[in-house]
Design a protein around this ligand. Structure first.
Ligand SMILES: Cc1cc2nc3c(=O)[nH]c(=O)nc-3n(C[C@H](O)[C@H](O)[C@H](O)COP(=O)(O)OP(=O)(O)OC[C@H]3O[C@@H](n4cnc5c(N)ncnc54)[C@H](O)[C@@H]3O)c2cc1C
Length: 467
């Protein structure tokens, strides 16, 4: 069959290549190792020994929360990892209990937690995943090496062209043959060019861009204000309030502060400007915390935050044996904290698609499974971003039913901060640990449609409810 995932009927993949050795690439390699004789991860960086930031993952300096849906998927792929995160000091933060959190003009009640985030640094999580995945002798890495193209033609991929990083275009690219290639090279993937160069069609890129920019700085909590009665601050932007601010602890006791602003209201990356920007948040609580804390890094900015999904799920002249995963398939506005979770959920979907005894794993079918795994996160981030002022892109188009769903969701969001039933249901959906359907369970529908909005704190609730 032409679309068969790997060449050669009925045999295991002999050699699979994964492009990119970050969270998505490593987890894909973990899954493929059970279905291939050898997996090679090609990574343009050299991996650091431990939990260090690296140039290929510039977003790694910014806050990275691990949502509950991602924790479950990671645990399924790498049993014991979540426990290890805790043992290595990654803070576990209960929502809404542990956070001073503001959304849509209201402070959340500090009700008992129904969901937990891990807030350790991105380099720490990646290092723990890397150590476990690369311990598998079936997986090898080629580091300091960039994939620059595909081998094969528009019908079947036969490997990749690689070049040592920094070798320059003059040095001829090397061939690395494989019967399966997975692109996990992140949101900046060049796969569209690689596909065009072998005569295949690039997928349509659906985009929705609010122009949100991040600026992040590390602080020492010299006053010890985070960690006793609350573990962080979380202020989300909304269509009427374009600024965001989050402060969360990482594994070494320091605190990352990320400020954000939509297009035209981007946070500056100079030190004085950063502090001044914190004063634009709807309440001074985070600005005041910053004023009493000790800066421990420069300010780092980041601006590529568009939601982009590459529609490999739509038919097109594309080669068998080529898949896209992680951010290279679907990347999100990071303010919703979803990308790593979706990378893990996608890897679980890949495992299921490859192991399904009832269906031949064709390229299209497996790609579709990966795509479907990102659908809920896309609906959440694009659904919210559509309403933001200045949002651009073809993801803005509305679908039939959007109006009714939007009306219901508005009512649910109005109750999110104060109603325990609606709060638990929405939180489980937004943390990707339950499907959207839980919002339509009878008790949730009753609370959304018939219960008046509960009172919420008028000032930032620095203590737990009843505390
Ligand atoms: C500012 C910001 C904040 C974020 N916050 C969160 C958060 O709170 N929670 C969350 O879950 N997610 C968050 N994300 C998303 C998260 O960073 C990604 O979804 C996650 O890293 C998975 O990405 P990936 O592995 O697909 O790609 P990446 O992590 O971007 O990695 C791509 C890898 O491919 C390598 N590479 C690229 N091109 C080539 C090539 N040609 N050849 C070889 N190697 C190549 C790169 O060096 C890199 O190692 C955030 C993203 C941003 C931008």
């Amino acid at each position: 069959m032409e679309d068969q995932l790997t060449a050669g009927t009925g045999v295991r993949t002999r050699h699979a290549v994964v492009v990119g050795g970050s969270v998505a690439g490593l987890l894909v390699a973990r899954v493929l190792a059970d279905h291939a004789e050898q997996v090679t991860v090609v990574e343009r960086d050299r991996f650091p020994d431990g939990a260090e930031p690296r140039p290929g993952v510039p977003q790694g300096r910014h806050i990275h929360v691990l949502l509950e849906g991602g924790q479950r998927a990671l645990e399924e792929l790498l049993p014991g990892l979540v426990g290890e995160l805790g043992e290595q000091g990654a803070p576990r933060v209960g929502m809404p209990e542990d956070l001073v959190q503001w959304q849509n003009g209201r402070w959340f009640r500090r009700l008992p937690a129904t969901s937990h985030l891990f807030t350790g640094s991105r380099p720490q999580l990646e290092a723990l995943v890397r150590r476990r995945v690369l311990a598998d002798p079936r997986i090898r890495t080629v580091e300091g090496t960039e994939v620059v193209g595909l081998l094969g033609d528009s019908r079947r991929v036969r490997g990749v062209l690689v070049r040592e990083r920094g070798a320059g275009a003059a040095k001829e690219a090397r061939r690395l043959e494989a019967d399966l290639v997975v692109d996990a090279s992140g949101r900046g993937t060049r796969a569209a060019d690689w596909l065009a160069a072998v005569g295949a069609e690039a997928p349509h890129e659906e985009t929705l861009d609010t122009g949100l920019a991040y600026a992040t700085r590390v602080y020492k909590d010299t006053g010890g204000r985070i960690g006793r009665d609350h573990l962080g601050y979380y202020i989300m932007p909304n269509p009427r309030q374009v600024y965001g601010g989050v402060a969360l602890p990482v594994e070494d006791g320091r605190v990352l502060v990320t400020l954000s602003g939509l297009r035209g209201s981007e946070p500056p990356t100079d030190e004085a400007g950063f502090e001044e920007f914190a004063g634009r948040l709807p309440h001074p609580v985070l600005r005041d915390w910053i004023a009493g804390a000790e800066p421990d890094s420069p300010v780092h900015g980041f601006r590529q935050t568009a939601n982009i999904r590459r529609r490999y799920d739509r038919p097109g002249r594309r080669p068998a044996g080529f898949l896209a995963a992680g951010d290279a398939l679907c990347s999100f506005n990071p303010v919703y904290g979803q990308g790593m979770a979706v990378a893990a959920i996608g890897a679980v979907a890949l495992r299921r698609a490859l192991s399904d005894p009832r269906r031949t794993p064709t390229t299209f079918r497996v790609q579709r499974a990966l795509f479907d795994a990102s659908r809920q996160a896309w609906d959440i981030s694009s659904g919210s971003d559509k309403k933001m002022p200045g949002a651009r892109g073809d993801g803005l188009r509305s679908k039939p039913g959007d109006k009714v769903a939007g009306w219901y969701l508005e009512r649910a969001l109005a109750r999110y901060t104060g109603d325990p039933v609606v709060g638990a249901a929405l939180r489980s959906v937004l943390t990707l640990s339950a499907p959207l359907g839980v919002l339509f369970a009878p008790k949730v529908v009753r609370a959304v449609l018939f219960t008046p909005q509960a009172a919420t704190p008028l000032e930032p609730p620095l203590l737990r409810e009843g505390g």
